[in-house]
Design a protein around this ligand. Sequence first.
Ligand code: GLY
Length: 215
Amino acid sequence: MSEIVVSTWAFGERANVPAWEILKTGGSALDAVVAGVSVAEKDPEVKSVGYGGYPNADGEVEVDAAVMDGRNLGYGSVVALKNIDVPTAVARDVMEKTDHVMLAGEGALAFGRSQGYSEREMLTDGSRKAWEEWKAGRSGRPTDSHDTIGMVALDQSGDIAAACTTSGLGFKMKGRVGDSPLIGSGLYADNEVGAAAATGRGEEIARVCGSFLIV
Ligand code: GLY
């Protein structure tokens, strides 16, 4: 079967590169999407995902991420996670190493630590400046503040996987969770049917289970 990878937004093109390398050398769709989206997660210029993402209203970067394995409807996610710049990899560990599907906040961070992930300050000077301007009432919410990266891949074995990862709506309420880490909303993958991932205002996507609806 011919391999395929698709992702959202212009920054998704850079994320597709390592995913494509994995797929064309016979690797799994799951490995491809986790490696692919990590490019956007670690890129400080992508203000809507991971490191350097816009913070919440309190000035803290809280990220949401999920993966789904179309072979067996495996699903793992983290929500309101701080200080780890590869949340999708942690979400995969939730799927593969626990018997849960979602870990939140402090629990997600503690689990990430237990798996050996290193911690860093996720707020960059650029994102802090944007938040300070917003806080002072000098600017509104940035238009790119919910440009989530969603990625779906099909590998040579015919297996499919999806990933979705975001720092969420810029200057959101502390603890707000959008569609990205929610199965059926930010992503869905089922080998028997297909896969989809979503980008946009999470509240709108979540209320219609957008990705499940499409699949
Ligand atoms: N779609 C990302 C979010 O609204 O959090």
